[in-house]
Ligand binder design. Structure first.
Ligand SMILES: Nc1ncnc2c1ncn2[C@@H]1O[C@H](COP(=O)(O)OP(=O)(O)OP(=O)(O)O)[C@@H](O)[C@H]1O
Ligand SMILES: [Mg+2]
Length: 282
């Protein structure tokens, strides 16, 4: 952890009770206690030599009014299990496009995209949706919470089809406690600050215990203090829970919390700028 992120981590205030719940899902607990669903990527996370995400010659363009707009051109990139990578670059350079490919929200036009030994470009729509649900947690700039649902219900939503009510309750409580918001579980998004809403969104992203977290400008709509709380949480997800994180950000201070920073410009990626942080256990 860099000195700056250490400072940021200290800024997140959790009560002792919340911390103890957090540790049930944390690295100090036996592995089975943090498992919501056994993730297909978890095994790869235990094999450090293997990149979790392998992107080979991936290109992507969009069609707009009969014109083809090239966005990504033959990108090649490896992301290790347990890595925390920040992706920067000018507006329109294709950062969200690349993130959406990594998270299997969109497909490349050409090239290979392997996540945990699986070439996700070869999956059908239904398989891809299942794979995404089990393996990827999403954090967006504008939180994307359902306004008519409470914090609890927003976090519970992704578990509705897979777990019993009692199991859901356990996982939702763990996730909300981890972000320090269990006491606000019956609040609606409109009754929460932006920073609190983003913390609920983080709880929602981790409640299924995905190996990979993708975050698109998670601090872009927040004031400095709230942004620091969110970054401290992201750091904990990486260091304590071993999540692999790819975070798009315009904020250099946010990017400094990652292990490595890459710049995307004119469809091309810069070399990785290493931040020299320790890599989290997978
Ligand atoms: N669905 C789409 N259809 C057509 N063009 C698109 C689509 N999505 C993105 N683009 C175009 O692709 C380019 C890259 O967009 P992208 O959203 O990936 O950029 P970005 O780096 O995330 O920008 P920002 O920092 O503003 O969020 C832009 O020129 C954008 O207009
Ligand atoms: Mg974007």
């Amino acid at each position: 952890m860099t000195a700056q992120c250490e400072l940021i981590a200290d800024a997140t205030e959790l009560t002792p009770a919340q911390t103890s719940v957090t540790l049930v899902a944390g690295a100090h607990a036996p592995p089975h206690s943090s498992t919501v669903h056994t993730s297909a990527l978890a095994e790869v996370g235990k094999t450090p030599a293997l990149p979790l995400i392998s992107i080979r010659n991936v290109s992507k363009s969009y069609r707009r009014g009969g014109q083809i707009v090239p966005v990504l051109s033959k990108l090649t990139l490896d992301i290790a299990a347990g890595e925390f990578l920040a992706l920067m670059g000018p507006s329109g350079s294709g950062k969200s496009t690349l993130l959406n490919l990594i998270a299997a929200i969109d497909r490349p036009d050409s090239g290979e995209l392997t996540v945990g030994r699986l070439d996700i470009t070869q999956l059908g729509e239904a398989e891809l949706a299942d794979w995404r649900a089990a393996n990827v947690g999403f954090i967006f700039q504008f939180y994307n919470l359902m306004p008519v649902l409470t914090a609890y219900e927003n976090v519970e939503l992704l578990l509705l089809t897979s777990l019993s009510r009692r199991e859901r309750a356990r996982h939702v409580e763990q996730a909300l406690a981890l972000v320090g918001l269990w006491a606000r579980s019956d609040h609606y998004p409109s009754e929460l600050s932006g920073g609190q809403q983003q913390r609920v969104a983080i709880a929602r992203a981790i409640v299924t215990d995905p190996s990979l977290i993708v975050a698109d400008e998670p601090t872009g709509d927040l004031d400095r203090q709230s942004a620091e709380e969110i970054l401290a949480l992201m750091d904990r997800l990486n260091v304590e829970l071993g999540k692999t994180i790819v975070m798009v950000t315009h904020d250099r201070r946010a990017a400094e919390c990652a292990h490595a920073i890459m710049h995307l410009e004119k469809g091309e990626l810069s070399a990785k700028e290493s931040r020299g942080r320790r890599v989290a256990a997978g």
